[in-house]
Design a protein around this ligand. Sequence first.
Ligand code: PEP
Length: 255
Amino acid sequence: MKKRNIVLANWKMNPETLGKAKEVFNSTRLAAKTLKNTDVIVCPPFPFVFPLSKLNVPKNLFLGTQNVFYEIKGAFTGEVSAGMIKDLKIKFSVVGHSERRAMGETNEIVRKKMAAAFDAGLSPILCIGEKERNKEGSHLSFIKNQIKECLFGLQKKHLVGINIAYEPIWAIGKSYKEAMSPTDIHETVLFIKKVITELFGKDIADGSRVLYGGSVEAINAGPMMEYGNIDGFLVGHASLTPSFAEILKAADLRK
Ligand code: PEP
């Protein structure tokens, strides 16, 4: 079955006000409307999710959250459960972003969050990616281990159509000059699919999507989409700028 492209906008802790969030969301809404082959998922900070969910959007524009907690309810100050997100009719949650892992989130915590998200009926987007690369290729065993530990024990039915965002940490939050080359992205995506095949079978690997994240900008989005063997992007800083419309157009070229 043909897979639609996905471009996820990770706004991180931006913009500063709801008014500005509505402006950015409106530009994204207008750009999303023109796309044929691409779904757009906007992940704003939590306080903006509900007000933005009340606005009219085209069929290919969705809201998501940047995080989700693994417990259902209770004394977990500051956390938000998967059920609460689902209750707002939000479908997507980013899980295991490197900026959360840097605050102490382990593969085991990420696995519990994935399980909780699936159990509540959400579609989590699992973030993986190495801190550094070396000639010995240690990043490959690092990535393999992340996939294994973050998806361990999850129900196979939940893994059908799973979305993985491959984000090499060394390329996040820089400029297009420091992003990964399309050839290296291509190779890594093949590796990720091989690992998924080994762990869960070819059907799950074939049905999965791999997004690339790490300094995607308007200038490098086209070549990455054409040669990177990816199903879309996870975009950070550029998703808050007018150039995001160009990134969406570049993604949409893949039919
Ligand atoms: C991200 O937020 O995961 C990300 C890839 O950010 P940026 O596009 O700014 O590198």
